[in-house]
Ligand binder design. Structure first.
Ligand code: FES
Ligand SMILES: [Fe+2]
Length: 449
């Protein structure tokens, strides 16, 4: 018997019931309550630059088509034909004027309106009202710095409110170049047999694993192993992690702009970034450039790493599987050789064959396998690192932060998950969050007194 969903996570005490990673019933509820009610990453504008350009992606398990419209806007609709449910478009991406279902030929325009039904006169006696049988449209789409997010929810706050303080951490990476970023052509897709929350939570909150899980990758990366025993050794490096609205971001602080690239042993990139520091400093603060360089998740399943320039969506595929869709992002105006250098850096670190990526996947699949045991599933996991040591608006960083080695953002991630799973309305969640924040402020005052 699965306990009630609101008892599976106790974020205040740092307890996680492993059933959240394995239970089919929990998973079905997640699709509706979490994926159905959050803002989900759809596409970057550079994937659909011209009118009629489209890509196919997923919101949870629901396939959607994201399409650049004639007026330049981006719209999205469920990629499911209203006749018998066939995928309306079977290509991953392309350019089109209409989408014709390959089963019986119903055709939809760029907005998803049904515009043609074969044999309409003979088969339907002209009695079908095509205006009622368009594809289901994603009702709300938000564009933020060239990134498109969509939601099925009428109640979720506007995207920038949903982002909250996370905007500072997002801007630090994606908002630093005058003309933004673009994605290197092509999506790397692969399957990992693990629950989606392992990946999302780790990218929100977990710097702790790096030194252990990636020890051999780090040694292989630098010809001089002393690199990791010097000032860049993580036990010596100051750093913070941010958590808020279920999102998370964490970094060790760099001592120079271009440090992240040098950490991944790309001296040419490091030099280029340093040479272009003026441009970055026009758009974001020096503090953002130095203190935001690491791991990030926008709740629920969109993540990036600032150093290796990888961003990805963890598409859920049942409680025990994800499909990773990953891209390399590059400054749009960078010379081709710089873009190529970024691509190579991502490939050798965080890609299906990347030396760091494979370490992470190994951990997640192993945990998922252990959770096949009934004893293993009926256990409690510890998420207590840094509990009671959060601070707000310190070190010039907005929002609730904690030491880089903390699980503060993980607890925030599971708190948001749990609130949504319990079916709380977005206005109830806002009230609860305000009350939690007031309690934290009191705690901070007591500690400072
Ligand atoms: S299922 Fe699409 S036309 Fe029949
Ligand atoms: Fe990792």
């Amino acid at each position: 018997m699965t306990p009630p969903v609101n008892e599976l996570v106790d974020a205040d005490r740092g307890y996680i019931n492993p059933l959240v990673f394995t239970d089919q019933g929990v998973y079905e509820q997640e699709l509706e309550q979490v994926f159905g009610r959050s803002w989900l990453f759809l596409a970057h504008g550079s994937q659909v630059p011209k009118r009629g350009d489209f890509i196919q992606t997923y919101m949870g398990e629901d396939p959607v088509l994201v399409v650049r419209q004639k007026d330049g806007s981006v719209k999205a609709f469920l990629n499911q034909c209203r006749h018998r449910g066939m995928r309306i478009c079977r290509s991953d991406q392309g350019t089109s004027r209409t989408f014709t279902c390959s089963y019986h030929g119903w055709a939809y325009d760029l907005e998803g309106n049904l515009v043609n039904v074969p044999q309409e006169e003979r088969a339907y006696r002209n009695e079908i009202d095509k205006s009622k049988w368009g594809a289901l449209k994603v009702p709300r789409i938000a564009e933020y710095k060239g990134f498109y997010f969509g939601t099925w929810s009428a109640d979720v706050p506007e995207f920038e409110d949903y982002l909250g303080d996370m905007a500072y951490y997002f801007d630090a990476v994606f908002g630093r170049w005058d003309n933004g970023v673009e994605l290197v052509e092509g999506t790397s897709k692969w399957v990992i047999d693990c629950n989606w929350k392992f990946a999302s939570e780790q990218f929100a909150s977990d710097m702790y694993h790096a030194e252990v899980s990636h020890a051999s990758a780090l040694i292989a990366l630098h010809e001089d192993p002393a690199f990791w025993a010097g000032t860049s050794h993580q036990t010596l490096m100051p750093g913070r992690q941010f958590g808020g609205n279920g999102h998370g971001s964490g970094s060790f602080w760099a001592d120079s702009i271009g440090f992240s690239e040098s950490m991944y042993n790309s001296p040419a990139l490091s030099e280029w970034v340093t040479a272009n520091a003026d441009e970055a400093l026009r758009n974001v603060s020096e503090q953002q450039l130095l203190k935001v360089a690491g791991h990030n998740t926008i709740f629920p399943n969109f993540s990036w790493l600032a150093g290796p320039a990888t961003m990805r969506v963890w598409h859920p595929r049942g409680p025990g599987q994800i499909e990773v869709w990953a891209w390399t992002y590059v400054p749009k105006d960078a010379p081709d050789e710089v873009k190529a250098a970024y691509r190579r850096m991502t490939q050798r670190t965080f890609s299906p064959a990347g030396s760091f990526e494979t370490d992470d996947g190994e951990n997640w699949t192993e945990i998922q396998q252990v959770l096949r045991g009934w004893k293993a599933r009926n256990n409690t996991f510890n998420a207590q690192m840094g509990l009671g040591h959060d601070e707000r608006d310190v070190h010039g960083l907005p929002g609730r932060t904690s030491d880089a080695l903390s699980e503060s953002a993980a607890r925030g991630f599971y708190q948001r998950w749990s609130d949504l799973m319990a079916g709380l309305s977005w206005s109830d969640i806002a009230e609860l969050d305000a009350a939690r924040q007031a309690k934290e402020a009191l705690h901070q005052e007591v500690q400072e007194a």
